[in-house]
Design a protein around this ligand. Structure first.
Ligand code: NAD
Length: 255
């Protein structure tokens, strides 16, 4: 198994890619801390993993809240004795996030609170725990929209994911000497509730995205998680500060 006994916190693991990540990490032998603000969804992920013979525990955490981020890391260390991997996956993309000219300040702040402050707080408390463990791996989920402009704008979301990429590079340089690697994954459009709940109401936006992708389809959550497994494992011991694009080629498509 590629992640045997690696204690991994996965935020937003009650649904979408986070839940798929939690189940795939457990199958690879990781001890998974399911950190999620929906108690029912998070507990369901834990039940799925345990039913399959895996090891997981639930902690209720809203990643945008400092006390919750600290409690999430404390729970991991209290339950499993250490922290090897922090997988900052939780993110939001509200429908009301448009262009800067028509996005409300509270929508902007909500996106930044989860997508950027959430990563900051996870690292603020997770890094000392990984230092105590002698090293570790931080996996930050950004997005392809941090790399290209989009004529169907979601400007708060786009800016938040750009911040995740720059923070990842800064962490890689600061903590690489201490054995903590930090990398980001930029997924393309993936079939999860986050995207599908939105596109189901907008067929034109859906077709626009499909037409731009050389593979002609959306990604599947496991196609992103395979990259995360690599980053959590010792196979990636010299991969640090990278922004790894997994998007079917949408960001390299000129026409
Ligand atoms: N789906 C895509 O096409 C796509 C593309 C690029 C990047 N991403 C990113 O991938 C990550 C996962 O996205 P997804 O599509 O699986 O989303 P999703 O909405 O399907 O699932 C997100 C999960 O995070 C939880 N969550 C939301 N806010 C939280 C908070 N404050 N604290 C704790 N948990 C919280 C939700 O309850 C849910 O279980 C996000 O960071 C997203 O921005 C998604």
């Amino acid at each position: 198994m590629r992640l045997a006994d690696k204690v991994t916190i996965i935020t937003g693991a009650g649904g979408g890619m986070g839940r798929v990540a939690a189940t795939m990490f457990a199958k690879e032998g990781a001890k998974v801390v399911v950190a999620e603000y929906s108690e029912a969804a998070g507990q369901e992920t834990v039940d799925l993993i345990r039913a399959d013979g895996g090891d997981a525990t639930f902690v209720k955490a809203d990643v945008s809240k400092e006390g919750d981020a600290q409690a999430m890391v404390d729970h991991a260390v209290a339950t499993y004795g250490r922290l090897d991997c922090l997988y900052n996956n939780a993110g939001v993309m509200p429908e009301a996030d448009h262009s800067v000219t028509d996005t409300a300040v509270d929508v902007w702040d909500q996106v930044m609170a989860v997508n950027v402050r959430g990563v900051f707080l996870g690292c603020k408390y997770g890094i000392p725990a990984m230092e105590a463990a002698g090293g570790g791996s931080i996996i930050n989920i950004a997005s392809f929209v941090a790399l290209v402009g989009c004529s169907v704008p979601q400007d708060a979301y786009t800016a938040s994911k750009g911040a995740v990429l720059s923070l990842t590079r800064s962490l890689a340089v600061q903590y690489g000497p201490k054995g903590i690697r930090a990398n980001a994954i930029c997924p393309g459009p993936v079939e999860t509730p986050l995207l599908m709940d939105w596109l189901v109401k907008d067929e034109a936006a859906k077709q626009l995205r499909l037409a731009r992708n050389p593979t002609g389809r959306f990604g599947k959550p496991e196609e992103i998680v395979h990259m995360a497994i690599y980053l959590a494992s010792d196979e990636s011991r010299w991969t640090n500060g990278a922004s790894l694009v997994v998007d079917g080629g949408i960001t390299v498509n000129y026409f």
